[in-house]
Design a binder for this molecule. Sequence first.
Ligand code: NAD
Length: 353
Amino acid sequence: MHEIPTFDHRTLGQRVMFGSGQATTHLRSAVHDLSATTPMVVAADTDHALADSVLGDLDVAVRFDDVRPHVPIDQAEQARHLARDSGADLLISIGGGSTTGLAKAVALTTGLPIVAVPTTYAGSEATNVWGVTEAARKTTGQDDRVLPHTVVYDAELTRTLPRELSVASICNALAHCIDSLWAPRANPISAALSVEAVRALAVALPEVADRPDAIAGREQAFYGAYLAAVAFASAGSGLHHKICHVLGGRFDLPHAQTHTIVLPHVLAFNAPCAPAAATRIAAALGVADPVEGLRTLLKSVVAPTALRDVGLSETDIDEAVELILPVVPDSNPHPVSRSELSRLLHNAWSGES
Ligand code: NAD
């Protein structure tokens, strides 16, 4: 029997409405239940048609569509002004993590509730974490005001995601659950969610990549992405997220692809020192060796493998090491030396195992 350690887990209160092809109905119901009459919609101009299909004939007060990666403070301020000037009583975000992130930035200062309609597997909709970028520095924080009140998942909305982005986004979700197993606040509840998320995402990844017309894989992907994000919100950022936060923030690398590339390297580094987590990841993947299992899974969907292919220069690695070392969580099962971190990043840069 497993020993249950002393732990401190927080469950975030949120309504989750799940149903393929039902986003419009579920959104209408969520808006009605919140008694909102003047919603402001946040959706990128490139996702306009997708947003229109979700909104149907819902009465909308105003729309904000200047969505950019990493929530630049200028866009956040413009959206905040628009929310105040229009008298909005609700934020509806329709899009990926960048769109949810912008709605969160507005909620942070206005206190408006959010109904989030995600269209990628980034998982921001299930966390109380916000982030804003100013002068090339991304500041993040936790605040329950930014946790969406309701999430509307509709797998049909992911059909338009290009294959490469689907693959990277599902791997981003896999990173949430795998890294949660050794993150600072990891606990039996977050671990249970993580393991089920790994199982669902491992099924979803090849399904979505190879059978894009089938909806079942996309549903598994949303289900797994939600569990993964809940586990991440509970357990906090582990070594993997600290590495990716530095790489994305300082060197402007693409979010989901960076997570995809770094994840097998962090797993290979930590697994020998985290036998219980390694055993559970292996079982969830249905393999004997979690590192080989993850590598095989990623290879089967032709996931990106090298940071040099997504914009990192080899000469950036020394600076990255110095930025990451001070933020390595004490909870990491494998002590992290400068030389080991440098080797990990060089391997992730070149794509070597
Ligand atoms: P993204 O939101 O930047 O979207 C990537 C691209 O995909 C965009 O061009 C977008 O318009 C497009 N897109 C989105 N959905 C689409 C669809 N269904 N069909 C076609 N195109 C579509 O990328 P992302 O990976 O979803 O989110 C990354 C961001 O989310 C990062 O800034 C990251 O920091 C943040 N994030 C935050 C949290 C949190 O808890 N706060 C968690 C995860 C990610």
